[in-house]
Design a protein around this ligand. Structure first.
Ligand code: HSE
Length: 436
């Protein structure tokens, strides 16, 4: 049978990794796919640059549109990133009847609804396994492996840079900015690293996972995001004292009222496997009503782990190239006319437990005032520790864990507690999930 021809847009870290793995494993991959798969064309901004991949036999160009317009190319791999040019290229490739594989989480999270509608109209596939959690086949696991389940919730460490920062701060007492610079040098961080540390990148990935899990349209604009920049070493240590680890989690949970979509630093009991996922590694915990709890772990970034996921999409496309378009696996796991309008909840409707750290005057009655405010808002305290007075001062750090409560009540209680004359500065609040 005729070989399937691939055009690669972008020969950076991911594009280079894809070319290398495809060449190295060509026999194995072709045996799996049932057809030979060859990269015939590739585009790069600067053709004179040294490459991590062997470009022998690949026709290079600086103009990605040339590849889109090449009638010989069957599948286009969009590996350039960003949402401007990448969107235009993907839409034009679809228009030309080409199948597309993309590693671009922002593109799918922000424009996926439009892209998939166009792909369905043209009868082509747009696959994006590598857009979430790099080499972990989490898209396929949810879309196919768990298709017999009602997904109840999922929680993931889906940004390697953020996880690396939190791990190094905990294990080595290193500074935030120093660790971030290392993640950038290692090529893990986004072009704009605030995407990593403020939860935007994880938010893109969470929006995609939630659509696959719950059959809702992509709604990145409704994802609540809170970054890790406010986490101090003291919080990391107090959490450990209480038996928890702090992780930057993306959580999607279906409740009776709607769906919670949130990315924020989270206390997790240290006995949970996911609490022990360290460094740049990613992990996603998925709770299905039939299967129970399942955990997927692996490299969330890097040239070859990401290439592994990109190539799995290529193999899927090659397998169904001769199939009936009507019966292909739907882009967002559910049939397009069966997507649900179940609402995504506003953050005030979230239900979660909390870690609170406040600084109080060291005198009688202060804690009573604080606990009264919490009680007035129906917030129950799970644990409380009061540390020694800070050196030379008459103020003490107080750390509390609460039971699950409505975020709206917690917001109101925090405002009232911060207004007490006996409380100094702002309260540090980190959400806590037992993930049981
Ligand atoms: N900046 C991302 C991360 C890269 O650190 O996880 C992979 O999406």
């Amino acid at each position: 049978m005729k070989a399937v021809k691939i055009g690669v847009l972008g020969l950076g870290t991911v594009g280079g990794g894809v070319v290398n793995v495809l060449k190295r494993n060509v026999k194995e991959i072709s045996r799996r796919a049932g057809r030979e798969i060859i990269v015939t064309r590739a585009s790069a901004r600067d053709l004179s640059r040294d490459r991590i991949c062997d470009i022998d036999g690949i026709e290079l160009t600086t103009d990605s549109f040339e590849i889109i317009n090449d009638s010989e190319v069957d599948i286009v791999l969009e590996l350039i990133g960003g949402v401007g040019l990448a969107k235009e290229l993907v839409l034009q490739a679809i228009e030309k009847g080409k199948h597309v594989v993309t590693a671009n989480k922002a593109l799918i999270a922000l424009h996926g609804n439009e892209i998939f509608a166009k792909a369905s109209e043209k009868g082509v596939m747009v696959l994006f396994e590598s857009a979430v959690a790099g080499g972990i086949p989490i898209v396929k696991a949810i879309r196919e492996g768990l298709s017999g389940n009602q997904i109840e919730w999922l929680a993931g460490i889906i940004n390697g840079t953020g996880n690396f920062i939190l791990t190094e701060m905990r294990d080595k007492g290193r500074d935030f900015s120093d660790v971030l610079a290392e993640a950038q040098a290692l090529g893990y961080a986004e072009a704009d690293p605030t995407f990593d540390v403020e939860g935007i990148d994880a938010g893109h990935k969470l929006a995609i996972l939630a659509s696959l899990a719950f059959g809702i349209p992509l709604q990145f604009e409704k994802v609540f995001t809170e970054g890790i920049t406010q986490i101090t070493r003291a919080d990391v240590e107090y959490a450990e004292e209480l038996g928890y680890r702090i992780k930057h989690l993306g959580i999607a949970r279906k409740t009776e009222k709607g769906i919670e979509l949130r990315v924020h630093p989270t206390l997790i009991p240290e006995r949970r496997l996911i609490a022990n996922v360290d460094g740049v590694m990613n992990a996603v915990l998925v709770q299905g009503d039939a299967v129970g709890s399942t955990l997927y772990y692996g490299a969330g970034a890097g040239a070859e782990p990401t290439a592994s996921a990109v190539i799995s999409d290529v193999v899927d496309i090659v397998r169904v190239l001769t199939g009936d378009p009507e019966h292909r696996v739907p882009h967002l796991a559910f049939q397009e006319d069966a997507l649900s309008d179940i609402p995504v909840l506003a953050s005030e409707q979230f239900q979660t437990a909390y870690y609170l750290r406040l600084t109080a005057e060291d005198k009688s009655g202060v804690l009573a005032e604080v606990t009264k405010i919490l009680a007035d808002h129906n917030i129950s305290i799970e644990a409380l520790i009061q540390k020694e007075p800070l050196e030379g001062k008459k103020i003490v750090p107080v750390i509390m864990l609460t039971q699950t409560t409505l975020e709206k009540e917690m917001n109101a209680a925090i405002i009232e507690i911060e207004a007490l004359p006996t409380i100094t500065g702002l309260i540090s609040r980190i959400r806590l999930e037992t993930l049981g």
